[in-house]
Design a protein around this ligand. Structure first.
Ligand code: ADP
Length: 486
C-alpha cells in the first residue's frame, strides 16, 4: 500500500460510467515497483465485455456532454486542472513508484500533464467555425466544428499521466467522451486522474478507464466497435500499425503518436557546452525512455573530441538509483525485457567495433538500472543507428559535412523529434527545413510544451497534440450551404 497525503487517490478498481468496478470475471493484475520489484497493489483485469460496457456508457454520456455549453465544459476541466496541481505530490509519488522516474521528473510530468487540461479548458471556448463567401449570388456557406463522439485512447507506461491528459483534454473540451486503456504496467496514475475527474464534476460515462492485461482484445474492441468514432494511440510503431489496420474496417478517425529515432546534431560552430547540456537533458530524461529522446548523436569532426570528452564528464555526474530518493537523476528501466534489449544494443555495438567510454552495463545491485552509457565511433551498421534505443545509451557518430549529416539524420523510417546545435543563421534555416521530422529543437534539447503542436511524420505517425491545433483531431468539420438568399 502506498502512503499518501490523500489515500483516496490510490485506486485499485477500474472506472466505468462513474462507478469504481472490478472485472466481471474477478481477475486482477499485480503491479510492481520497477525499482525493487515490490508489489504496489492490484487492479482489475477487464475483458472485452467490460470494454463494451464502457463504450456504451461513453456513447450515452456523449448525448449530454456535447450539449453542455463550452463554458460549462471549460469550468469542469479547469477544476480538474486545479485538483491535479493541488495533489501534485501524491500524483508524483504514485507515478514514481509505478514507473521508476525520479520524483522531481514525475512532478514535472504532473505539471506538464495538467497544463494540457488548463490549455484545453481555455480552448474549449474557441472552437470557432467560419463564414465563407458563397459560390453563387444567392448562396452563403457556414462551417461548424462538432465533436467526433466516443474516443478510444490507448496510452503507454513512459508518461502514465501526461499521455492521458494530452489526449483527453482536447477530446473533452471539444465535447467528446472517452474510454481510456492505460498501460497495464502503470495503471495507478490513470486511476488517480479518474478520481480527481470525479471530484471535478464530470458526469458519469464521460471519462472511463479500463485496466487490462489483454491489450490486444481491448484494442480490437475499441477499433471495431461502431460506437467508437476515433482512436488516439501513443506507443510503438508496431502496435500503431496493428491499430491502424483494425480501425480501417470501420474507417475511424485516428491519431498516432509512435516511435522515434531522433538525431541530435552538433555542428562545428555550436556552443559545445550548451550542446552537452541539451544532450544530457534529451538523452537521459526518464532513463532514455521517451519517444523524443535523442537516439543518434552526430558531432562534426572539429568538435567531436571536445563534445565527447565533455559529455563523458557530464555522464559521470549522473546519479542512478531509487527515483524516490533526492538527487537521483536516472532510475530503473520499466521491465526486464527493456533492460535486456539495451544490453543487446550495447553488445552489438561492441561486437562491431565501437568503444564504450562510460557505463556499458547493468548497474551493480540494481536489477533494472542500466548505467548511463557513452559509445564512441559507432557505425551505421550497428543496431543503435536503426533501433529506437529507449534506454540511457548515447552513441556519438562523427560527420564531416552538412549534406552528409542531413542524409544520415533522415535515413530512418521515423520522423518525430530532431535536434541540432549551431550558430550560422542561414545553415539553421537550411537544416531545420531539410530535417524530415515533425519537431525540430534548435539549440535546445527540451521541446515539449502545451503551446506547441507535438507530433510526427513518416512512421512516427500523424495527428498533433497540444497547441491551437490539438482540438482539430477531435472535431468533424461540417459546412452548410445556404441557397435561395436573394
Ligand atoms: P511500448 O513498447 O512503449 O510498451 P506498446 O506499443 O507496446 O509500447 O504499448 C503502448 C500501449 O499499447 C500500452 O497501453 C499497451 O498495453 C498497448 N498495446 C500493446 N499491444 C496492443 C495491441 N495489440 N492492441 C492494442 N493495444 C496494445
Amino acid at each position: 500500500m502506498i502512503q499518501l497525503e490523500h489515500p483516496a487517490l490510490f485506486k485499485t478498481q477500474s472506472y466505468i460510467n462513474g462507478r469504481w468496478v472490478e472485472a466481471s470475471t474477478g481477475a486482477a493484475i499485480q503491479v510492481y515497483n520497477p525499482f525493487d520489484q515490490t508489489l504496489l497493489g492490484s487492479v482489475p483485469d477487464l475483458g472485452v465485455e467490460d470494454c463494451t460496457r464502457a463504450i456504451e456508457a461513453a456513447a450515452a454520456a456523449f448525448q449530454e456532454w456535447r450539449d453542455y455549453t463550452a463554458a460549462k465544459r471549460s469550468k469542469i476541466l479547469r477544476r480538474w486542472y486545479e485538483l491535479q496541481l493541488e495533489h501534485v505530490d501524491d500524483l508524483a509519488k504514485i507515478l514514481t513508484l509505478e514507473q521508476g522516474k525520479p520524483v522531481a521528473e514525475a512532478k514535472g510530468e504532473i505539471r506538464y500533464g495538467a497544463s494540457f487540461v488548463e490549455w484545453f479548458a481555455e480552448e474549449a471556448k474557441r472552437v470557432y467555425g467560419d463564414v465563407i463567401p458563397g459560390h453563387g449570388s444567392d448562396k452563403r456557406i457556414t462551417v461548424i466544428k462538432q465533436p467526433v463522439g466516443v474516443v478510444g485512447a490507448i496510452t503507454p507506461w513512459n508518461f502514465p499521466n501526461a499521455m492521458i491528459t494530452r489526449k483527453i483534454a482536447p477530446a473533452l473540451a471539444a465535447g467528446c467522451t472517452v474510454v481510456i486503456k492505460p498501460s497495464e504496467l502503470t495503471p495507478f496514475s490513470a486511476l488517480a486522474l479518474a478520481e480527481l475527474a470525479a471530484q471535478a464534476g464530470f458526469p458519469p460515462g464521460v471519462i472511463n478507464i479500463l485496466t487490462t492485461s489483454d491489450a490486444a482484445a481491448i484494442g480490437k474492441e475499441l477499433t471495431s466497435n461502431p460506437k467508437v468514432k476515433k482512436i488516439s494511440f501513443t506507443g510503438s510503431t508496431r502496435v500503431g500499425k496493428i491499430l491502424l489496420r483494425q480501425a480501417a474496417d470501420s474507417v475511424k478517425k485516428v491519431s498516432m503518436e509512435l516511435g522515434g529515432n531522433a538525431p541530435f546534431i552538433v555542428f562545428d560552430d555550436a556552443d559545445v557546452e550548451a550542446a552537452v547540456e541539451g544532450a544530457i537533458a534529451s538523452k537521459f530524461r526518464n532513463a532514455g525512455q521517451t519517444c523524443v529522446c535523442s537516439n543518434r548523436i552526430f558531432a562534426q569532426e572539429k568538435v567531436y573530441d571536445e563534445f565527447v570528452t565533455k559529455l563523458a564528464a557530464a555522464i559521470q555526474d549522473i546519479t542512478i538509483g531509487n527515483g524516490m530518493e533526492k538527487g537521483v537523476n536516472v532510475g530503473p528501466l520499466i521491465e526486464p525485457k527493456a533492460l535486456s534489449f539495451v544490453e543487446t544494443l550495447v553488445q552489438d555495438a561492441v561486437d562491431k567495433g565501437a568503444t564504450v567510454l562510460a557505463g556499458g552495463k547493468k548497474a551493480v545491485n540494481h536489477d533494472l538500472i542500466f548505467e548511463p552509457t557513452l559509445i564512441t565511433e559507432p557505425s551505421t551498421e550497428m543496431m543503435v543507428y536503426r533501433e529506437e534505443i529507449f534506454g540511457p545509451v548515447a552513441p556519438v557518430f562523427k560527420f564531416s559535412s552538412e549534406a552528409e549529416v542531413i542524409a544520415l539524420a533522415n535515413d530512418t523510417n521515423y520522423g518525430l523529434a530532431s535536434y541540432f546545435y549551431g550558430r550560422d543563421y542561414a545553415r539553421i534555416w537550411r537544416v531545420a527545413e531539410a530535417l524530415e521530422y515533425g519537431m525540430v529543437g534548435i539549440n535546445t534539447g527540451m521541446i515539449s510544451t502545451t503551446v506547441a503542436p507535438f507530433g510526427g511524420i513518416k512512421e512516427s505517425g500523424f495527428g498533433r497534440e497540444g497547441s491551437k491545433y490539438g482540438i482539430d483531431d477531435y472535431v468533424n468539420i461540417k459546412y452548410m450551404c445556404w441557397g435561395g438568399v436573394s
